[in-house]
Write a protein that binds this ligand. Structure first.
Ligand SMILES: [Cu+2]
Length: 171
């Protein structure tokens, strides 16, 4: 399941759970002389919520991009520099199917290095901050032109801070 689909599902389940709790509370408030829940019922509820929280967190975060690619050996390294308002990328051809490390830095203010696949889906992003070289690793699964966008509002031409590179089979 796509991450967006998973996030939506988890959000809907949690919203339904919160709605049920509110409905129960509203009903209980309307009942004269309703007795408060017993100590054991409260303990059971806390345990159920804790276990649900752990299961949902583990299930929804396990496939997060930085975890998936965390331990891989890089097959290519790309240096990216952000500046108001353009991206400088030292390679415009990036290999398919191997881990690619992006070293992202900035010459001025904070930017957000975001990469969008040919179907307009955001694959990953990393904050680009003055004084740091931030690394992000990604394995491209689809060939084609990938767009680079800025995801940190950085001034009047932030929206025009665009670039692109092509993902193709390494040879
Ligand atoms: Cu920017």
């Amino acid at each position: 399941m796509a991450i967006q689909g998973m996030v939506l599902l988890v959000s809907l389940v949690l919203m339904a759970a919160i709605a049920l709790i509110f409905i129960r509370a509203a009903r209980a408030a309307g009942t004269a002389g309703a007795s408060p829940p017993s100590e054991s019922a409260r303990t059971r509820l806390i345990w159920m919520l804790a276990i649900a929280g752990i299961v949902i967190s583990a299930g929804s975060l396990a496939r997060w991009p930085h975890v998936v690619s965390g331990d891989l050996q890089p097959g290519a390294t790309v240096n990216v520099t952000g500046a108001m308002w353009y991206w400088e990328i030292d390679q415009h051809r990036v290999p398919l199917g191997v881990p690619v490390v992006f070293n992202a830095s900035t010459t001025d203010v904070t930017h957000g290095f975001g990469v969008v696949d040919p179907e307009d889906r955001l694959l990953f992003q990393v904050q680009v901050m003055p004084g740091y070289v931030n690394q992000v690793q990604h394995v491209f699964r689809k060939p084609g032109v990938h767009r680079v966008i800025c995801l940190e509002l950085c001034g009047v031409a932030h929206h025009a801070m665009l670039s692109e590179f092509t993902v193709a089979a390494a040879n």
